[in-house]
Ligand binder design. Structure first.
Ligand code: SAH
Length: 466
């Protein structure tokens, strides 16, 4: 298995300093599963290529290791693709042999290690049982130009079809540490092999090497799930921490944006009207167990607590910070027991399957969907309407047609800087109607706030019932 990394950043031979491997030497390393060689097929000032060649010992792999449990058949243990495809073994090779580079350290060229430079990685066999599309989906959002070569499974037997292994060439202007981290995480994700061992420290590794890019990646859930081999609790742990990372700043963005939005909407006392409209809709459904998704700082929760009919109230948000504020504002530590027992807060995301979201009569998502990336709306639909399946769902979101009437909002801007979109009435109704049809709910719509004859009301609400 071979990985080559090429740069044309001048002097290109600085690649040797970045990798902590002298271009003039051939070096070998012993790894737990075989041998790694590092050498430079070319090393000039214009262009320099480092090669990492892994020689995996398939027989050595069958020897039992501490912590590993293997139930694969004997033949499979000896005859397998492990020596030939880029997999988690290559990740281990990268982490062992290019350890400092992966950490972004270079004794001789510390600034260069932090600089994006033209780099190209070539891998002769990247496994992707889903075909070449997934390889693109994983690497292109990270800014690489991706070239893929398809191979026949066996050139002598074309009828056997295409090989699930692809030649991959990635070109980009990135920091070397990022290129290595992308490969470290994404090669095992593409390989999706059953047999490698996953422990708690894999969550740490995922978070460490994924810092700064995974939380923005459109396929972050697929990546986490596969990297952690779909072990639910580990995946959940990773995603929760990831959204924390993501929120470190976005939290602040959300809070700052919140104030802008309030300034805009305050004269209409829209926040209050929204809560009243949601409460009325909730009462009509007869719900007693209510979920407030994206509860934020707890504005709706406070009102729900005032009505004994809502016997069980749960607030969920991705932001720890918002939940802490909600906890304080609701004075949860000082509530009388009878009240305290009615309310629960927990951190979670409504784009990720979570058993804790099931078993409610009604769920509210008040001013939340517009904070969700459009590419994640299908995931939200599956979680909320497919898995959690509350008896009714109440969703409110801005009506973008009304924006023209806000004097302080420049045309084309959103009300809140964390909004990923703002929908017209038509767009919201199309989306909600589609969801209702697919998920066997009925949906009705209502405007909230002063109704303008042409632009409609500032907020729109959809009430889904089963
Ligand atoms: N519903 C509250 C807060 C609205 S602000 C109110 O109307 O006052 C939007 C909230 O949604 C923020 O608190 C944000 O942290 C939360 N949020 C954004 N994406 C989320 C997700 N995927 N899952 C859960 N909460 C989310």
């Amino acid at each position: 298995m071979l990985l080559t990394i090429t740069t044309t950043h001048r002097p290109a031979t600085d690649l040797g300093y970045l990798l902590h491997k002298n271009p003039g030497r051939f070096q070998s390393f012993t790894l737990p599963f075989g041998r790694a060689d590092v050498f430079y097929p070319e090393a000039t000032a214009d262009r320099c290529t480092a090669a990492l060649l892994l020689d995996i010992d398939p027989v050595g792999l069958t020897r039992p290791k501490a912590g590993a449990s293997s139930n694969a058949g004997w033949l499979q243990q000896y005859v397998n693709d492990r020596p030939y495809v880029a997999s988690s073994y290559l990740s281990v090779g990268i982490a062992s042999v290019f350890n400092s580079a992966l950490a972004g350290n270079s004794r001789e060229r510390p600034e260069l290690a932090q600089q994006a430079i033209p780099l190209e990685a070539q891998l002769p066999t990247v496994p992707s049982r889903e075909g070449p599309g997934l390889i693109r989906q994983l690497f292109e959002p990270l800014g690489y130009a991706v070239e893929i070569q398809e191979h026949a499974l066996d050139a002598r037997f074309p009828e056997w079809g295409a090989s699930p292994g692809f030649g991959v060439d990635l070109k980009g202007t990135v920091r070397l540490r990022d290129l290595l981290a992308h490969l470290y995480i994404l090669l095992p994700v593409l390989d999706d092999a059953k047999h490698y061992w996953i422990g708690d420290d894999e969550v740490d590794k995922l978070l460490r090497f994924a810092a700064g890019w995974l939380s923005e990646h459109p396929h972050q859930e697929l990546i986490s799930a596969r990297y952690l081999k779909r072990q639910r609790s580990l995946v959940r742990q990773a995603l929760a921490q990831l959204s924390d990372d993501n929120q470190a700043d976005p939290d602040a963005v959300t809070e700052r944006g919140q104030h802008d939005e309030e300034r805009l909407e305050n004269p209409l006392r829209l926040g209050e009207q929204r809560i009243q409209a949601v409460l009325t809709a909730l009462r009509e459904t007869g719900a007693t167990r209510v979920l407030d998704l994206g509860c934020g700082e707890g504005n709706l929760l406070r009102e729900l607590l005032r009505e004994p009919a809502f016997r069980s109230i749960t607030g969920v948000d991705v932001s720890h910070r918002a939940l802490e504020t909600a906890h304080a504002r609701l004075r949860m530590d000082n509530l009388p027991d009878a009240q305290r027992e009615r309310i629960t807060l927990f951190q979670g995301s409504l784009t990720y399957q979570d058993r804790r979201l099931s078993g409610y009569d009604a769920a509210v998502g008040m001013e939340v969907i517009e904070h969700i990336d459009p590419s994640r709306l299908d995931a939200m639909e599956a979680v909320l309407f497919g898995v959690a399946q509350p008896g009714s769902v109440i969703i409110t979101t801005p009506n973008s047609e009304y924006n023209a009437l806000f004097e302080n909002l420049p045309p084309g801007e959103f009300r809140h800087r964390d909004h990923r979109f703002e929908w017209t009435r038509r767009q919201f109704q199309d989306w909600a109607g589609g969801v209702a049809g697919r998920r066997r709910y009925d949906v009705r719509f209502q405007g909230i706030g002063p109704e303008h004859p042409a632009h409609g009301a500032p907020t729109q609400m959809g009430v889904f019932t089963r």
